[in-house]
Design a protein around this ligand. Sequence first.
Ligand SMILES: NC(=O)c1ccc[n+]([C@@H]2O[C@H](COP(=O)([O-])OP(=O)(O)OC[C@H]3O[C@@H](n4cnc5c(N)ncnc54)[C@H](O)[C@@H]3O)[C@@H](O)[C@H]2O)c1
Ligand SMILES: [Zn+2]
Length: 380
Amino acid sequence: MASISTVPVFLGERSYDILIQAGLLEKLGDRLKKLGAKGRVGIVTDRHVARHYMRNVLDTLKRDDIEVVPIILAPGEQSKTLKTIGRILDILARHRFERSSLLVAFGGGVVGDLTGFAAAIYQRGIPFVQIPTTLVAQADSSVGGKTGVDHRLGKNLIGAFYQPKAVWIDPLSLRTLPMREWVAGLAEVIKYGIIADEGFFAYVHREMPRLLRRQPDIVAAVVKRSCEIKAQVVTADERESDRRRILNYGHTIGHALEALGGYESLLHGEAVGIGLVQEADLACFQGICDREVVEKIRDLVRSAGLSDRIPGWSSFQVWKAMLHDKKVSGGQVVGVWPERIGSVRMASIDEQLFHRWYKASRAESGVNKSHSKAPLQGRK
Ligand SMILES: NC(=O)c1ccc[n+]([C@@H]2O[C@H](COP(=O)([O-])OP(=O)(O)OC[C@H]3O[C@@H](n4cnc5c(N)ncnc54)[C@H](O)[C@@H]3O)[C@@H](O)[C@H]2O)c1
Ligand SMILES: [Zn+2]
């Protein structure tokens, strides 16, 4: 089996390791036993992931005498609700899960956020493990302990900070991911280079053709570095009081676009890809970075196959959607701005300046369509 990489997440008594290994899924029983899993284990997944992997996982665990309760959800963001949490809790109670019983989140960010939240509240907290299967989840959402569900009035409005006992990543599980989901995940990877590591940004740039082909060693390296950066930031600020907000680079405009598209027209990573470029452009407009920084980011985002352009919403629509984001405090939109590749700073943004920039950048790129879809409120 391929070599294993470990990324520690230091959070005092809530510390845990992220393990990255191609083929890890085949040895899941060993991993669960080493973690001290007792009694039955609940595996939460969605129908897409189950179709590809569940039979093998169940066979492997059966051979290891581990009793599994599979909990298979409908795929997609629509499942990220309190109703689904209710269903998961019903199943746990019916199967008499105890305080020490283990829950496993086996899937993308939706499954991870749901399972983590169910684990946080069932019997006031039971242990859970993340086994992320999308690039977004492997490089980002499975690490850091943010769990929760959406509400009619806002995305991720209900939730808890609750850390997993471990994150186990098998990069081979990404081979079945649809191309559009794969490319969307690359936006989060690019983000890490911009906020924290110029060398990593250059590496992603150089290796983009191999990344697009999902070459296993490159994928594993990129996932590992992304986890290291996220772990570092989360360790410094577990509950997002300040520094952790740098992870939101690209997400101020990104979330607004996602919400304006009704969480349907753009995937999260696609909206973030546009946000990475446009927020750099806005930083340049404010004199925070040089034009060269914007063009480097644009170049990398485009080379991943992501769009760098805001669809035809008006600056007022975008600003209003930005105001619903949780980076807003006291009516101020706090943005994360690149000073150069590998370094960002936070500062609030003035509404008038935003509209001036929007008008100027639209004029430059010659975009002037209108879009009528009603905005939903959005958060991450
Ligand atoms: N907790 C956090 O810190 C954090 C950070 C970023 C995003 N998120 C959340 O994550 C969610 C988005 O996550 P996502 O992009 O992983 O979406 P997702 O979980 O909906 O997965 C995307 C699609 O890929 C399918 N899929 C998953 N793994 C697969 C595989 N290996 N092969 C084939 N198909 C597979 C899923 O069934 C789904 O259809 C959002 O709800 C977002 O709010 C949370
Ligand atoms: Zn994101």
